[in-house]
Design a protein around this ligand. Structure first.
Ligand code: HEC
Length: 103
């Protein structure tokens, strides 16, 4: 009985840790230049400034880490950036650390 409780607690803790940083496999410093190069110009043409308003506007579309990953995947494909999954993870880590702050 105690053993089962211990397992449950351990699993719970692991789940909490995993969700504390949803893009722990990405490096924000590697993500920034990728997004600057392949993504910002189009967002700037829509929102002006440095384009970051697309991520910070009050009615932004992305509401979770899963949606952020999906959106980056779709924009990667649509824009022809040609990123590998690791590069998508870097950009996700960068956008999350800078704008979205999903846990
Ligand atoms: C050709 C134009 C274009 C390019 C290039 C582009 N995007 Fe987008 N992006 C859009 C549009 C349009 C939207 C959706 C705006 C809306 O639905 O209101 C969007 C929305 C987003 C959002 C969601 C913002 C929100 O509302 O929370 C993210 C994240 C995003 N783009 C990431 C990227 C990334 C990463 C790249 C580079 C691979 C990229 N975009 C390249 C046009 C572009």
């Amino acid at each position: 009985m105690k053993f089962k409780l211990l397992i449950a607690l351990t699993l719970g803790l692991a789940a909490t840790e995993a969700s504390a940083e949803p893009f722990a496999n990405g490096n924000p410093h590697a993500g920034r230049p990728l997004a600057d190069k392949s993504c910002n110009a189009c967002h700037v043409s829509m929102f002006g400034g440095d384009g970051s308003k697309i991520y910070t506007r009050p009615d932004r579309k992305v509401k979770s880490a899963e949606q952020l990953a999906a959106r980056i995947r779709a924009c990667n494909a649509n824009s022809g950036a040609g990123w590998f999954p690791e590069e998508e993870a870097h950009v996700a880590a960068y956008l999350n650390a800078t704008y979205y702050h999903f846990k």
